[in-house]
Ligand binder design. Structure first.
Ligand code: C5P
Length: 314
């Protein structure tokens, strides 16, 4: 919790509070190209938003500044200053729109932190949407997407949600046709992985002749159009998986355990260390999650479905 938060006691009840819910993202396909001159990597990715949510509430405050309160299971170290992407998002929008950012932000985190699920980016997307509504800004979706891209590569997708192709450094997103629902078991890890560190490991492995480059995403895009989990299982891919498992070999053990327990596919989520398992249906996801919990190899085992909508007002 940040700075003298006594004034936030009435917060839950605030009549003018704006609440936004935002999903975690996973990458069904994550093709990492070479490092660009600006230090980012060319990406071809297919994102999917899944039903693990953070919630942000924003309210006008008489005191100057952006005051953050963390709610829920915030047992991770989450910065409450400008290093927090939600705070950065409110500040960016305030500068853009000429507003004074005198607000309280309440962050209910359920998306695991530094887990490859874009939790920080999700909060930034939610904060942009919430502040735009609080200040009643006549802002176009495209304008919001441009601001989102300035905050982080995954932030535009967190606004968009659904299933989408991501190009550039991941920030150029467009929805792709997808049918049905996929059921995922999400196994988080006791450790964390820093995204830049995993990208550096991708480069290092490739320089050592060990890394590979994904084929394009076309067959995966065909699979998501059919809505058939078995077809999708054969197509999911992540170019960062080798780097993540090199840095954290236990991630590989989690993948193997889920496959032995009957998952259709295992997939490292983004830069890891979370591992995703694709299930046949909800029932299968429940059974798989139960088996994985009994093994006690994951920090937490969640069940989620996708695609779901991006950041939205409650
Ligand atoms: O865009 P975002 O701030 O989320 O990226 C965090 C870090 O991940 C970047 O600073 C960069 O090191 C790495 N990154 C990358 N290529 C991308 C996206 C992120 O190298 N396409």
């Amino acid at each position: 919790m940040l700075s003298g938060t006594g004034a936030l006691n009435f917060y839950d009840e605030g009549a003018d509070a704006v609440r936004v819910r935002v999903p975690a993202k996973i990458n069904l396909h994550l093709g990492v190209g070479d490092r660009r001159d600006d230090g980012y990597h060319h990406l071809t990715t297919v994102y999917q938003a899944i039903s693990l949510y953070d919630e942000i509430t924003i309210e006008a405050n008489e005191r100057a500044g952006i005051h953050v309160e963390l709610a829920g299971e915030a047992d991770h170290v989450i910065p409450v200053d400008d290093r927090n992407l939600a705070v950065a998002a409110v500040r960016l929008l305030a500068v853009h729109a000429g507003m004074k950012p005198h607000v309280s932000l309440r962050l209910r985190k359920r998306i695991p932190v530094a887990a490859g699920l874009a939790g920080g980016s999700a909060d930034a997307a939610a904060a942009l949407l919430a502040a735009a509504r609080l200040w009643e800004l006549p802002i176009e979706r495209d304008e919001l997407m441009n601001l989102a891209a300035r905050l982080g590569s995954d932030v535009p997708f967190c606004l968009l949600g659904g299933t989408a192709l991501g190009l550039g450094r991941g920030e150029q997103v467009r929805a792709v046709p997808s049918s049905g629902q996929y059921h995922w078991v999400v196994a988080t890890s006791h450790g964390q992985l820093s995204t830049p560190a995993v990208y550096r490991e991708v480069d290092r492995l490739r320089e050592a002749g060990e890394g590979s480059y994904a084929a394009d995403a076309s067959s995966l895009l065909v699979a998501v159009r059919t809505g058939d989990a078995r077809s999708l299982a054969g197509e999911v891919h992540n170019d960062m998986a080798l780097a993540a498992t090199t840095l954290r070999p236990e991630v590989l053990q989690v993948c193997e355990a889920g496959e032995a327990d009957g998952a259709l596919a295992s997939l490292v989520s983004g830069s890891g260390p979370t591992v995703l398992f694709l299930a046949r249906d909800q029932h299968h996801a429940n059974a798989l999650a139960g088996r994985l919990r009994m093994r006690r190899i994951a920090r937490e085992v969640h069940i989620a479905h996708g695609p779901v909508q991006g950041a939205h007002l409650l």
